[in-house]
Ligand binder design. Structure first.
Ligand code: AHR
Length: 496
């Protein structure tokens, strides 16, 4: 029996909807085919963007979308991606698979996509191989309303009014693919570049600095010490993987679909490690910024396995199972529970890459178990986080153990309580007795995502092998509710 106390009247912090953000890079079949098919494609599209993907994304309410990379961002020269498509240069995407990038999806197309799916655009600029001037002009092209060569060019290219971009990243992984810099060097480079990311009119840009790779606490320390006054967010990257390739060279990343309990357990452990990362980076940030003005932004996270057999290793195309759904649920619970500091997160990536929401094959499209978790959890967006205490059993595997249950709870503007619960144990259910303090429950409903196998996934032949169903395992009690959470499941409860 697990004991849970939720303090329904003590919520202080808002769960920023941007925690439910996404990331789409010019990588493999994410942008090209996954999102952009071109106006002349037989695949139904709106100005070149696939309609099925637009509809699927709209349903999960994507608050923000990061683009164009990733490692691609520090090789991207934005001027190649505006103007008549036939005269846009073709280049090699050297970082990802060595394929031709025809630049047909550029700035205008990105803003169009964001508008179609209702997401706030978040652009990552090129520091590694781009100039300050180039970055300055990009922001001017996007946001300036007056007279200038950049605004003239934008108008000539079909956009009269500025877009009012809010989120801008000054480089990506500048400790690695974005320039192999030391923290001390990047801190100065960041200060320099960000100076020219101008605010135009009333539009204030939220500036995001490259943050640490996983547990590189030194990076956070240096950036907060040297550059906190000129940043609004610091971007942590953490991927859930069986082994860290930086620590074990040429490590096999394991299959996305063929695995046993050993790999299941390890991935759960690695997902839970996100909590330690967020806590320790936040502790360093607290020293320099006790008011928590600077946000910790986890703008790349998700699972990373070997690519699907027979696919281009540079395309990072992987399947997505119930195990990934648990990783999504655990990670989002962690971000919610640290929403006083974590104010944006962007899962990698939206379509056909890493822990994708959506997979496509020609004109066919399916959604993944991770997509369903985003759909179920969307009730937390902009709701008030509720503090809780949980005592639960451990999920024990061989000589290791992790808590069986991960959860977060919130109250929305209509006073409805939402509780997202993950049972990590593939064998044992969890009976939860919950006391809801400061709230009289009268009705409870919910949804569950689960399966009898750890590796259940949707395919183009069986697109609904795993999808949410109504959850009937919860009842109202005198003090709150009780619920039976089945093994390896993600449950979201709604209480009125
Ligand atoms: O998401 C794939 C890659 O992972 C990104 O391009 C890079 O930023 C990270 O290393």
């Amino acid at each position: 029996m697990a004991r849970l106390i939720i303090n329904a009247d003590l919520g202080k912090h808002k769960i920023d909807k941007n925690i439910y953000g996404h990331f789409a890079e010019h990588l493999g079949r994410c942008i090209y085919e996954g999102i952009w098919v071109g106006e002349d494609s037989p695949i139904p599209n709106t100005r070149g963007i696939r309609n099925d993907v637009i509809e699927a994304l709209k349903k999960i309410k994507p608050p923000v979308l990061r683009w164009p990379g990733g490692c691609f961002a520090d090789e991207y020269h934005w001027k190649d991606g505006v103007g008549p498509k036939e005269s846009r240069p073709r280049m090699i995407n050297t970082h990802w698979g060595g394929v031709v990038e025809n630049n047909h999806f550029g700035t205008h197309e990105f803003f169009d996509l964001c508008e179609l799916i209702g997401a706030e655009p978040y652009i990552c600029g090129n520091v590694g191989s781009g100039t300050i001037y180039e970055m300055q002009q990009w922001v001017e092209y996007i946001n300036f309303d007056g007279e200038s060569p950049m605004t003239e060019w934008r108008r000539k290219n079909g956009r009269e009014k500025p877009w009012g971009l809010k989120y801008f990243g000054v480089g990506n992984e500048n400790w690695g693919c974005g320039g192999s810099m030391r923290a001390e060097h990047y801190a100065d480079v960041y200060r320099n570049y960000q100076t020219y990311v101008r605010n135009y009119g009333g539009n204030k840009i939220f500036k995001i600095a490259c943050g640490p790779r996983g547990d590189d606490y030194h990076w956070t320390e240096v950036m907060m010490r040297e550059a906190r006054y000129v940043m609004d967010g610091l971007a942590l990257h953490y991927y859930t993987r069986l082994v860290d390739p930086a620590k074990v060279r040429n490590a096999n990343r394991g299959s996305a679909t063929e695995f046993g309990e050993n790999e299941w357990f390890t991935i759960m452990e690695k997902a839970l490690f996100t909590d330690e990362l967020v806590r320790r980076h936040s502790t360093i940030m607290d020293v320099y910024d006790p008011e928590k003005r600077v946000a910790l932004i986890v703008d790349e996270w998700g699972t990373w396995y070997e690519v699907e057999p027979g696919t281009n290793p540079g395309f990072l195309y992987q399947q997505n199972t119930l195990r990934d759904a648990l990783v999504a649920g655990i990670s989002l619970n962690i971000f919610n529970n640290h929403c006083d500091r974590v104010r944006m997160a962007n899962i990698a990536q939206t379509v056909n890459v890493l822990q994708a929401m959506i997979l496509t094959e020609g004109e066919k499209m399916i959604v993944t178990p991770t997509y369903h978790v985003f759909d179920m959890y969307k009730v937390h967006q902009d709701a008030t986080l509720l503090p809780f205490d949980l005592q639960c059993d451990d999920y024990v595997f061989e000589d290791k153990a992790v808590p069986q249950i991960s959860l977060s709870a919130s109250k929305d503007a209509d006073e409805v309580i939402h509780i997202s619960l993950c049972n990590l144990d593939p064998h044992n259910g969890a009976n939860i007795d919950c006391e809801l303090r400061g709230f009289k429950a009268s009705a409870i409903s919910g949804e569950i995502l689960t399966s009898s196998e750890m590796n259940t996934h949707n395919t183009f032949d069986n697109p609904e092998a795993i999808k949410p169903t109504e959850f009937k395992g919860a009842t109202i009690t005198e003090k709150g509710f009780s619920a039976d959470i089945p093994p390896m499941s993600v449950v979201v409860l709604n209480i009125k």
